[in-house]
Design a protein around this ligand. Structure first.
Ligand SMILES: [Zn+2]
Length: 216
């Protein structure tokens, strides 16, 4: 499997520094589970960060700061040795990445014709805006923009927008400069894991559709 879309270096650095919110960090963890390129990059950023800290006088912040990173890296490393095994989720009818095994995942709910969502709860981070989205083959999603970053990892099927095509393993990071209209590939339904960072809101029809139902 070739992965063509990766998190930005800025995102990987924030992940390495433990400075990414739990929602975006979950999406990036799922990506890391399947992407050796990004696992190596984040290990590099972590090493650089450690070297910088070594040169600084000991700060109370530092220990916990990189302690959390190490926990995350250990998770990534254990995933690396265990390969790309998935966990079955019979109720949703899909297989989920191991990085999601600690999450509480709700049932599929109707969002529009051929379009469903499922709430993903991360223990200890109830306010994170994370969801699974499922679109039927060929579905045109409403055009939308974002006030901040939207992270989306493809789990199955494919999506395309003005900027490219996204297949399983790809992570799309769309900022406030991106207005897009994703279309689900014709070959099968598409399931993806999406997170909005912080106060990010969606503009346009998708935002109006999601806000009352999802609360985002
Ligand atoms: Zn990657």
């Amino acid at each position: 499997m070739t992965i063509n879309h990766h998190p930005s270096d800025e995102t990987l650095m924030r992940m390495a520094a433990g400075a990414l919110g739990a929602g975006p960090a979950l999406v990036v963890s799922v990506h890391l589970e399947g992407c050796a390129v990004c696992r190596n990059r984040i290990a590099h950023f972590e090493a650089v960060g450690g070297a910088i800290l070594d040169e600084m006088s000991p700060a109370p912040l530092a220990a916990d700061f990189f302690g959390r990173t190490m926990e995350r890296l250990e998770v990534a490393q254990s995933l690396q040795t265990e390969g790309r095994a998935t966990i079955k989720h019979p109720e949703l009818g899909i297989e989920l990445p191991r990085a999601m095994q600690h999450c509480e995942i709700g049932p599929w709910k109707w969002l529009g014709p051929g379009f469903k969502w499922s709430k993903v709860k991360i223990p200890g981070s109830p306010d994170e805006k994370v969801m699974l989205l499922k679109g039927r083959a060929g579905l045109h999603l409403p055009a939308h923009g974002h006030t901040g970053l939207e992270f989306m990892q493809i789990l199955s099927g494919s999506l395309a927008d003005e900027r490219g095509q996204y297949f399983p393993g790809d992570l799309d990071e769309a900022g406030d400069d991106v207005d897009h209209r994703p279309v689900v590939g014709q070959e099968s339904d598409c399931v993806c894991l999406a997170a909005l960072e912080g106060d990010t809101r969606l503009h346009g029809l998708l935002g109006r559709l999601l806000r009352p139902i999802v609360g985002f």
